[in-house]
Every structure is written in C-alpha cells, then in structure tokens.
Ligand binder design. Structure first.
Ligand SMILES: [Zn+2]
Length: 471
C-alpha cells in the first residue's frame, strides 16, 4: 500500500491524499487550492495522477478546499464513485454549482480584458455542467455504518465517524486487507470543536495503525467555544455604540448558521437589542435550507430548541438576500446593521463589495469569525488590525483599512492545539505506526510536531506535496 500526498500538504487548501491499495487508486478528498492565484490555478488544473486511473473518491466534508475540485476530476475523465455522508452530498449539490458559477463569471471578466488586448481567451477550471454531472457519481452512507467500496472484493471497508466540523463532516476509518494482511487507516478530515453551536461534538475514530490528522491550529489555542456568545455580545455592543456597520465575512456553510444561532440566543436572552441583520449570500440561503433537512447532524440543544418552536436559523430581524439588486441597495442603508456575506476568506463574492464600501470608515467594524489562509485578502485585513490606515487592494484598487477589526477566535470550526492533543491522546500510541500531519501551514505544524513528540508520539511526518510513503 502507498500514500501520496497531493494537496493540503504543508498548506491548508487542496486536500487530496491518494491511496494505492491492491493496485487500485482511492482518493481521500478532492479539494481545491486557494490563495496565490497563478500557483493555485496550475495545481487545480494538473492533478498529480491521471483521473482516469482513479477507482473512487472518499469525501470527508463539503468545504471547497476538500471537495471543490471534483468537477475537474470529472471533466478529466474520472468515472468512479464518490462516497460521502448524505448531508455532504446535499451540500456539494449547491456548493459545486456555486463554485462553477463563480469561475465562469471570473473568467468572463478576465476574458473581456484579454479580448481588448487581442489575447486568446482563458477557460474556466470547470463549468456548471461539470459540477452537475459529477453529482450523479455520489453514493451516500450514514455515520457509523460500515460499508465496502464497490469493485474491490470486500477488501476495503469504510466507516464515517462524526467530525463535528460542518454539517455532514466525517472522519474516515478504512479497514484494509492487502496480501492477507489487515491494516486500519484513519483520516480526521477537518476536526471540529466541542460545544460548537448546532452540530454534534466530534466522536473518536477508534484505534488505527496509520493516521492522517489535520493540524490547522496545531500551534495555537482558541478561546473556549462556550465563550462565543460573550465575544459576540461585546463586539456587537461596541459596534452599536459607535453607530457603524458590522461587516462579517463568513463561510456560507457552517459559520453563518452558527453565527445566526448565537445571535438568536443573545437576542432571546435580552443581551443584545434587536437590530437589522442581513445575510447577503444566495449560497447561504440554500445552505440553510439544507441544514434544515439534516436534523441527524444536530446536537441535543438544537433539537430541543427546534422542538420548542424556536427558529434557530433566523429571527424576525434577519433578512436573507438572494437578489443582486437587493444586495446593491445595502450600500445606501443608513444606520447600524450587520451584513454577513461570503466568501469567508474575502477572495471572491459579494463580501468584496461590502468591504470596499465600508472598510475606510472608522466607525465600522469588520468582524472576523473564520480562518484566513496566507495570501488571502482576509489575512491582509487581519494583519492591518493594529495599524489603521494600512492599504489593501480590493478589485485591483487601494483602500485604507480604517474600520475596527475584531477577531472572534472562539468561533473557529477547527480544534485548537489542546483539543487536537486531547483527541490524539485517545489513540493507542504503540499501535500507531505512522502519524501524518496534513492540512496545516508549516509554522503551526512545526510547533505541533514538537509538542506531540514531548507527549510521547513517535513516527510523525509532515509530508509536502508529491511525497510518497510505502506502508
Ligand atoms: Zn473544512
């Protein structure tokens, strides 16, 4: 058996890990690379393997950096099955089409410029048709139910275990038989936190021989997730006192629903006043509908709320906006309000317009509730936190960051260092032959590796893109 790390290796995007078992190739995740534009573009177009040779894909969750390159795989000749939980499949049905739409539109914009210079047009990475077609290859399975991958003579069994990261997110347990030997391999996917709103907490994967673990916050600790509401309450009060607008870049899936949930709780408890809240993202509207279809993913508190008739996905003062014209009208809105929009790392989408309109006004607050990868606009905004007036580029033009930047780190959907270590301590260290750290940036991974060694973990590897390991 071999593993090749094809993405999310010393970085947090492009999650793709290729297993070769009994001569068949299985891909764990098929994420899209984000960040540095040209480099990502190349890596998204050129896989380190031939998609035609792949037997199947096993998907941990629907985030674009884990599932977003599936349509390219399809367009390049992949004909196998994609295994996931049913909530992941449903989320992919909207997220992949949305991703295709963004790419078609972005390329159109670039091609207009190129046409003026008499340069040949570029083509989008994939089209909406590719995104729709790949959905037919999905096979959905519930959590905790072992199943065999088709066409492998019952030699590879898969179980999805709750990861508590976003709706439908799973850790993947593989029980493999090769040349008469049995081996178990675990992949954490992205690991969530305890006590996050809405979702169940992560479950233990069970003991394994080989483990691929995420390491996004391997070197950092967050505020306790139970503090989400305290952080949110103080950030909102500060913004309301200043009379400005609160702009929140937020992932359409997960972050936004959790934020609305927390706002609902604060408002119901009388801790914050009722004020206008706009969720300006067609994808969020659709994603929220999918949340409502998957109560099997909810924690006890959410189930209890819903049973009491509390609408945890939207109070009366929350307005969901799909239409572009309604989105534009927000520019003229006078007075305090909260505008929640995507994309989460400020790389595309309507959030760019809201930032351009509001970032230069010192009365406004930009509230950061999600992870910002290196080389994204979101990261540059965070870096401008303590130096008002720093310039950032939006749509190619310079803007001064005068708005206050508030970072609510309790909101993270990723386990922090303590949570990751608590989790890894559950594994039998003697049995663990290899521990691979994936989905993290080198600095975080370095700190994490050192800490893990101090805690008695051995055989820790931090693979880079293209590295192959024989098991
Ligand atoms: Zn994720």
């Amino acid at each position: 058996m071999k593993i090749q790390f094809c993405g999310a290796a010393q970085t947090v995007t492009g999650s793709q890990h290729l297993l070769e078992i009994n001569g068949k190739k299985i891909l764990l995740d098929c994420g899209m690379f984000q960040g540095k534009r040209e480099e990502s573009y190349k890596m998204n177009r050129h896989f380190l393997f031939d998609p035609k040779d792949l037997h199947c894909v096993i998907l941990s969750h629907a985030h674009i950096d884990h599932a977003g390159n599936l349509p390219t795989l399809y367009a390049k000749g992949f004909t196998g099955s994609i295994y996931s939980t049913s909530a992941t499949r449903d989320l992919c049905s909207i997220m992949l089409q949305d991703s295709a739409f963004i790419q078609e539109r972005d390329i159109e914009f670039v091609n207009k410029r190129r046409a003026k210079k008499h340069e040949p047009p570029f083509y989008p990475l994939y089209t909406i048709d590719d995104a729709r077609a790949v959905l037919e290859d999905f096979k959905a399975f519930p959590y905790n139910k072992k199943f065999f991958i088709d066409g492998l003579d019952n030699k590879v069994a898969v179980t999805f275990i709750e990861a508590g990261h976003i709706l439908g997110s799973a850790q993947v347990l593989l029980e493999i038989e090769e040349n008469g030997k049995k081996i178990t391999l675990g992949f954490t996917g992205d690991l969530g936190r305890y006590h996050l709103p809405i979702l169940k907490d992560p479950d233990f994967l069970g003991n394994v021989d080989i483990l691929l673990t995420e390491s996004t916050y391997g070197g950092r600790t967050h505020h306790n997730a139970e503090l989400i509401e305290n952080e949110l309450e103080s950030a909102i009060k500060e913004a309301l006192e200043g009379g400005g607008k609160i702009i929140v870049p937020s992932f359409s899936v997960g972050r936004t629903q959790e934020l609305i949930y927390a706002l609902t709780e604060l408002q119901n408890a009388g801790k914050i006043p009722e004020f206008p809240i706009f969720v300006d993202s067609p994808l969020t509207v659709n994603a929220t509908d999918i949340f409502k279809l998957h109560p099997e993913c909810f924690d006890v508190e959410t189930v209890t709320y819903l049973a009491k008739g509390v609408n945890v996905f939207g109070l009366n003062n929350v307005k969901y906006i799909k239409d572009v014209e309604d989105s534009k009208k927000l520019n003229e809105f006078k007075g305090t309000c909260m505008i929640i929009s995507a994309s989460g790392m400020c790389e595309a989408g309507r959030i760019l317009h809201h930032l351009a309109n509001n970032i230069q006004n010192g009365r406004n607050v930009i509230m950061i509730i999600g992870y910002m990868a290196e080389n994204t606009l979101g990261k540059r905004i965070i870096e401008a936190k303590d130096t008002p007036g720093t310039k950032v580029k939006i749509f190619g033009e310079e803007y001064k960051v005068n708005a206050k930047i508030r970072i609510l780190n309790a909101f993270s959907a990723h386990a922090d260092q303590n949570e990751l270590i608590d989790y890894l301590n559950k594994f039998d260290k003697k049995r663990l032959q290899k521990l691979f750290l994936v989905h993290g940036e080198p600095e975080q991974q370095g700190i994490f590796e050192k800490t893990l060694r101090e805690k008695g973990f051995k055989n820790i590897f931090i693979p880079k893109r293209g590295d192959v390991f024989k098991i």
